[in-house]
Design a binder for this molecule. Structure first.
Ligand SMILES: [Zn+2]
Length: 445
C-alpha cells in the first residue's frame, strides 16, 4: 500500500503543519477502532448479560463511555462497515449488495485521518472487508486475507513495538471470531457448555442461512449454538484483554482512544433463523459501542445512536474537522453538554435478499417488509424477543411512526437512485472459499 511521507502530511493544513513541526512528540492521541463482527449487545456484561463473557469490555466500559442503545444500520457486514467508515447510511453510501464497491468520491475515516497526519493501518478477517469493496481506501497498509483475531492482534503488536514513526497511529482491527460457525478453542467451549452430549453439533462447515444448513434444530441444539457463541465472545474478549494489557505495558494505551463496536447482531431462532442478514429484528441490530481513552469521562449515553455516528464522534474527539454527514458527533452528549433526545430514530435497511426497513424510535421498533408490505411494531425494551406485535393497539401512534419510516424510505430510495452503484470485482478462489466458510453460499450478483 501507499505510504505517505511526513512532508506530504504537513501540507494538509495549518493545524497539521503546526503539529508536524513537532513530529516525534505529536500530542494527538492514537486511535484504535476494533470491530468484533456479529456481537450482540445483550451478550455483553456491561449491557446486562449475566454470563461472564466480557471482562475486558466491561472494564473498558467502566473507564469510558458506553452507548446503551446502538442500532446497526444494516444486519450484514458490508453495508454496516461502510457506514462505520463513511458516517453515511447504506443507501447513502450506496454499498447495499454483495457486488457493490464504495465510490471513490465518498470520503472515508481512514482517508481523513491520513490527510491529518495519522499513520493508518487496517487488519481484517476479510470476506466483506476485502479491498475489492473499496474499504481499504485511506489506509497506508491494509490486510484482508482472513487472519483470525489472535494473529491480527499479534501482528499489530509487532508493528507497534517498532520505534514509532512520526504522527499518531490509527489502527482498524476486525475479527470474525464470534461469527458462525461458532468454533472457539475447546477450553472456551467448555467454559460455557450447558448442554448434554445429545445436543452437541459439529459446527464446522455448517454455517449458513436461513437455518443451520436448513437442518431442523431442537431447542437444546439452539442453546448449544448459543453457548458456543458466548464462548467465542469470551475468547475474543480475552484476546483483546491481553492485547490492551501489552499496549498498556508499552506506555501506548494512555495515549490511545479505544473504540469497540460491532456491525450487527445474530439470531438464535428468536424469529425462526440462525445467523443474520435475513431480518431486521432487534437481535440482528443492537450492538455495542464503547469508547475509552484520554479526555473521555466515564458515563453512559442512552440516546439511540447508529454506526453512522461513530466517524463524526471519533473525528470530533481527535479535534479534527467533522464533515457534514448523516451521522453526527456524540461528543457534546457524552459530556452532558447537549440535550438528550430519546426519540431520535435510528433507521436500518437491507437490500440483499428481501428488502427490509426498520426504525427504532426510543422503545419502539417498526419493521417494514417492502415486497409483502408487512408491518410490525414492537416494544423492544419490554419485549426483547419481539414476540408481541403492537400494531393496531394505538392507531394514532402507529400512523405517526409509519409516516416517519415511510418518509425515510423515500429518502433512501432517492439516494440509491442518485448513486450509480460501482461494481466490485468478483471474489478470487481463496476469497470465495472464505465466503463459504462463513455461510455466504448464495452470493448472487
Ligand atoms: Zn458482520
Amino acid at each position: 500500500m501507499r505510504r505517505l511521507g511526513v512532508l506530504r502530511r504537513c501540507r494538509v493544513g495549518w493545524v497539521a503543519l503546526a503539529l508536524c513541526l513537532g513530529c516525534g512528540d505529536d500530542p494527538r492521541p492514537n486511535l484504535l477502532l476494533i470491530s468484533i463482527d456479529t456481537l450482540r449487545a445483550d451478550r455483553i456484561g456491561a449491557y446486562g448479560y449475566e454470563r461472564e463473557t466480557t471482562p475486558t469490555l466491561d472494564a473498558l466500559a467502566a473507564r469510558g463511555v458506553r452507548f446503551e442503545t446502538v442500532i446497526a444500520e444494516s444486519s450484514w457486514t458490508l453495508p454496516s462497515h461502510v457506514t462505520l467508515f463513511t458516517g453515511l447510511p447504506p443507501s447513502f453510501h450506496g454499498v447495499v449488495r454483495p457486488n457493490q464497491r464504495l465510490a471513490e468520491t465518498i470520503p472515508t475515516l481512514a482517508e481523513i485521518l491520513r490527510q491529518h497526519g495519522y499513520r493508518t493501518s487496517g487488519i481484517t478477517g476479510g470476506v466483506f472487508l476485502e479491498e475489492r469493496f473499496g474499504v481499504a481506501r485511506g489506509f497506508d497498509q491494509y490486510r484482508d486475507d482472513g487472519v483470525d483475531f489472535s494473529t491480527a492482534l499479534r501482528i499489530v503488536l509487532r508493528i507497534l513495538e517498532r520505534p514509532p514513526r512520526a504522527g499518531p497511529f490509527f489502527w482498524f482491527i476486525h475479527t470474525y471470531d464470534v461469527h458462525c460457525p461458532y468454533d472457539p478453542p475447546a477450553r472456551y467451549a467448555r467454559m460455557f457448555d450447558s448442554r448434554p452430549p445429545r445436543d452437541r453439533l459439529d459446527t464446522r462447515g455448517r454455517c449458513g442461512n436461513p437455518h443451520y444448513n436448513r437442518m431442523p434444530l431442537r431447542p437444546g441444539q439452539v442453546a448449544f449454538l448459543s453457548d458456543r457463541y458466548d464462548a467465542g465472545i469470551r475468547y475474543a474478549d480475552d484476546l483483546l484483554g491481553d492485547f490492551l494489557a501489552k499496549l498498556d505495558a508499552s506506555g501506548r494505551l494512555d495515549h490511545t482512544i479505544v473504540a469497540v463496536v460491532s456491525d450487527h447482531g445474530d439470531e438464535f431462532l428468536e424469529h425462526g433463523r440462525i445467523g443474520h442478514r435475513n431480518t431486521l429484528f432487534i437481535e440482528s441490530l443492537r450492538i455495542p459501542w464503547i469508547l475509552a481513552g484520554p479526555g473521555i469521562e466515564p458515563g453512559v449515553v442512552t440516546e439511540p445512536v447508529g454506526l453512522a455516528d461513530v466517524m463524526p464522534t471519533l473525528l470530533d474527539l481527535l479535534g479534527l474537522p467533522v464533515p457534514d454527514l448523516e451521522g453526527r458527533s456524540m461528543r457534546a452528549v457524552m459530556r452532558g453538554e447537549a440535550r438528550r433526545n430519546g426519540e431520535r430514530p435510528v433507521f436500518s435497511e437491507n437490500q440483499w435478499g428481501e428488502e427490509l426497513y426498520s426504525a427504532v424510535f426510543g422503545d419502539h421498533h417498526l419493521i417494514v417488509r417492502r415486497q409483502t408490505q408487512q408491518v410490525q411494531l414492537f416494544d423492544w425494551r419490554r419485549d426483547p424477543r419481539e414476540s408481541r406485535d403492537l400494531l393496531g393497539e394505538r392507531p394514532a401512534r402507529d400512523e405517526t411512526l409509519r409516516r416517519l419510516l415511510s418518509e425515510r424510505i423515500g429518502r433512501l430510495d432517492a439516494a440509491r437512485n442518485r448513486n450509480a452503484p460501482e461494481i466490485a470485482p468478483g471474489p478470487s478462489d481463496p476469497e470465495q472459499a472464505r465466503l463459504r466458510a462463513l455461510g455466504y453460499v448464495e452470493v448472487e450478483p
